[in-house]
Design a protein around this ligand. Structure first.
Ligand code: NAD
Length: 498
């Protein structure tokens, strides 16, 4: 592929220095809206690079864990301020590297800002507990301790938000970090590291090694000096991460796929529900773990919903995310585009009715990118593959349902459990859904996307392994509880016996 200007060459960040990879090879980061544009060349790193980064992080941990948390937090506050100042440039670079529209990449950077401020605030909390001892003249408490080197492996769909969700709680609790960004979006993590360094993060505390999952991710998660692994990505790779961590009993935190649903009841504000289905289904071209990729609609309003929803979908403007008029950008890469096209064929063969879209866009400027029409299948059966499997693209499957109970059964009838939503004006229905939808996140009268950084984020079933990202819930993964008893009675006291 051609490129009009010489691409910028990037390096790994190890022990406070930008360094070449030992592998001496590089991969290209290209704009998915215009593959003629090469954003940069990044190192295809090796296990040796991972080893150097982990060693640097392990060395830095010796002193970083002793820095008072409020002082660690001051660096995070400064980083957040720099993020605020550079938000627009960071968002533009993000749109160039992965395609989502500027409004959304601004939101991605804002999420990193919010998380950085939130975790900076935790530096003056990190609350432990004191509780009365059962014995006289004895004090009991528990405190949060850091764990060591955190190995972080991140996906491309939230290029700065997700790395920040992991990095900021890891740092404020006193861990050091080695991060491997997705190969489609290393630039946003490069920016985040530059900002943390400018904010005063000491050398070795944060390290970045770029490259493939097998050459960099795999050795990182198996490294004996890595104390914990946090991974966000597909369920298939998440299982491999879990297996790799198991022999050493290394804690791993997995945030994986989703097949999220919006339930539209017969008493819903239909126009509001349609707005939600558009934003939830086609935001980030459907490439969100929380994307509203399924919609179940009460049979009484089904035809009206289908007619209005598909009409709106057909008006969505697809294009380069840098153009303010664009409502949906491209798929992130060729392989993601092919997955979408494959599922469109699967849907057709399963007998779902294709009501909007269904094709790759190739005319004119589209020819240089990975564009696909926003696509809607209707009259789907909940057991169809397009209603069960994560497509991770602009494809929404709509199915009729009999009523609330049936809708909740459809919602829960998938292997994932990240996010769900119900549109209803009946408070009883809303509370029934809040109780019975088995997902980590439930929305009432809003689509399945839109997490806020001060609340826990994560899912049930094969969406994860029970941990939560974000909010103070994240601290539970990045710190270890230490329970401390102080006996000042000057005699032997026996719990449960005396
Ligand atoms: P992916 O699993 O292909 O890759 C994720 C990361 O893992 C990348 O950095 C990749 O290089 C690395 N990787 C790949 N193979 C590896 C291996 N064998 N060993 C170690 N690392 C490896 O996922 P993706 O395509 O980048 O992202 C899309 C997926 O992420 C979707 O399934 C989506 O639902 C999920 N996701 C989940 C959440 C969540 O919070 N639950 C958020 C965003 C994305």
């Amino acid at each position: 592929m051609a490129t009009s200007v010489a691409p910028k060459v990037f390096k790994n960040f190890i022990d406070g220095e930008w360094v070449e990879s030992r592998g001496n090879t590089a991969f290209e980061n290209r704009n998915p809206a215009n593959t003629d544009e090469c954003i940069g060349m990044f190192p295809s790193s090796t296990e040796e690079d991972v080893n150097s980064a982990v060693e640097a992080a392990a060395e830095a941990y010796k002193s970083w864990r002793l820095v008072p948390a409020p002082k660690r937090a001051e660096i995070l506050y400064r980083a957040a301020e720099i993020l605020v100042r550079r938000k627009e440039d960071l968002a533009r670079d993000m749109t160039r590297e992965m395609g989502k529209i500027l409004a959304e990449t601004r939101g991605d950077v804002q999420e990193a800002i919010d998380m950085t401020y939130f975790m900076a605030g935790e530096g003056r909390r990190l609350f432990g507990k004191t509780t009365p001892s059962e014995l006289p003249n004895k004090f009991a408490m528990c405190v949060r301790m850091p764990k060591g080197v955190a190995g972080l492996i991140t996906p491309w769909n939230f290029p700065m938000a997700i790395p920040s969700w992991k990095t900021m709680p890891a740092l404020v609790t006193g861990n050091t970090v080695v991060i491997k960004p997705a190969t489609d979006t290393p630039l946003s993590v490069y920016h985040m590291i530059q900002i943390l360094t400018e904010a005063g993060l000491p050398r070795g505390v944060m390290n970045m090694v770029t490259g493939s999952g097998t050459s960099v991710g795999a050795p990182l998660m198996k490294h004996p000096q890595v104390a914990l692994v946090s991974f966000t990505g597909s369920t298939g790779v998440g299982i491999q991460v879990s297996e790799a961590c198991a022999p050493a009993l290394r804690p791993c935190h997995l945030e994986l796929g989703g097949k999220n649903i919006i339930l539209v009841m017969d008493d819903a504000n239909l126009d509001l529900a349609i707005d939600g289905c558009l934003w939830g289904g086609f935001g980030t071209s459907g490439q969100r773990c929380t994307a509203s990729s399924r919609v179940a609609v009460h049979k009484k309003v089904y035809s009206e919903f289908v007619q209005k929803f598909t009409a709106r979908v057909k008006t969505l403007k697809v294009g380069d995310g840098l153009d303010p008029a664009t409502q949906m950008g491209p798929c992130v890469n060729q392989s993601q585009l092919e997955t979408v096209m494959r599922y469109v064929e699967i849907g057709k063969n399963e007998g779902a009715h294709l009501a909007a879209g269904g094709n790759r866009l190739t005319d004119g400027a589209f020819a240089k990118g990975y564009f696909h029409e926003p696509t809607v299948f209707v009259d789907c059966n909940p057991k169809m593959r397009i209603c069960q499997e994560e497509i991770f693209g602009p494809v929404v499957s709509v199915m009729p349902c009999e009523g609330l109970e049936d809708a909740v059964e459809i919602a829960n009838g998938v292997k994932y459990g990240l996010s769900s939503s119900i549109y209803t004006r009946n408070v009883n229905h809303a509370f029934y859904a809040m109780r019975d939808l088995y997902t980590g996140i439930v929305y009432i009268n809003a689509p399945t996307i839109g997490a806020e950084t001060h609340l826990p984020f994560g899912g049930t079933k094969q969406t994860g392994n029970g941990h939560r990202e974000s909010g103070d819930a994240a601290l539970d993964f990045y710190s270890e509880w230490k329970t401390i008893y102080v006996d000042y009675s000057d005699k032997l006291q026996r719990a449960q016996i005396d």
